[in-house]
Design a protein around this ligand. Structure first.
Ligand SMILES: CC(C)(COP(=O)(O)OP(=O)(O)OC[C@H]1O[C@@H](n2cnc3c(N)ncnc32)[C@H](O)[C@@H]1OP(=O)(O)O)[C@@H](O)C(=O)NCCC(=O)NCCS
Length: 169
């Protein structure tokens, strides 16, 4: 299978924060942002694999900045690394300043998706070749994050998480 680049998978969703999507402080409800990020990530995973994809895990979410009612929110999702059937998707969330149009980073998240066939069985996907410095950094760290996620899910023995363990030695 021909390897792809992260930029081939990019999915950008831009939307408003409307009443009914906020918490009592009038900021975007966390669960609403998770759903929007999941949607963007699934498009990126589908673009990379061209297969049916399912969310396998949410590895990391940082709600660093509240997103107020009325904000224009841009979610950019991109495959940072592909493995045999799974993909790590890195998601950056930006808020657009109404007057200047400048986008400020609000949050980020990392999801894992798995490509499956019509019966839900994992299938092989193309490899990935990172191009930019940021893509290379995210690619390099993705294996450690996959090992951590598998260890936490009880699907990997910590002793086998070689690259993850190397961080602490
Ligand atoms: C995700 C799913 C397909 C994995 O199936 P599985 O039987 O565990 O299959 P495998 O053990 O072969 O794992 C498949 C891949 O997923 C990866 N994976 C599974 N669980 C993972 C986790 N918690 N974190 C990171 N990667 C994970 C495996 O490492 C493997 O990756 P690789 O093929 O790239 O090496 C299956 O658990 C599933 O269908 N879950 C429900 C998905 C869903 O409905 N999501 C929507 C939320 S409601």
């Amino acid at each position: 299978m021909q390897p792809k680049t992260p930029s081939e998978s990019v999915a950008v969703l831009t939307d408003l924060v409307l009443p009914g999507e906020t918490n009592p402080l009038n900021n975007l409800f966390g669960g609403e942002l998770l759903a929007r990020m999941d949607r963007a990530a699934s498009i990126a995973a589908r673009r990379h694999s061209r297969r049916i994809v399912v969310t396998a895990s949410v590895n990391h979410v940082a709600f660093n900045r509240a997103i107020p009612l009325g904000s224009v929110v841009t979610i950019e999702a991109k495959v940072s690394r592909s493995f045999k059937s799974s993909m790590e998707i890195y998601i950056d969330v930006w808020i657009e300043d109404r007057e200047s149009g400048i986008k400020n980073k609000a949050n980020e998240a990392i999801y894992t998706f798995v490509a499956v066939d019509e019966t839900g069985r994992p299938v092989e996907i193309p490899g990935i070749v990172p191009e930019t410095e940021l893509e290379k950094q995210r690619y390099d760290a993705a294996l450690r994050r996959k090992q951590l996620s598998l260890v936490l899910a009880g699907k990997m023995n910590p002793h086998d998480a070689t690259e993850l363990k190397a961080l602490f030695i």
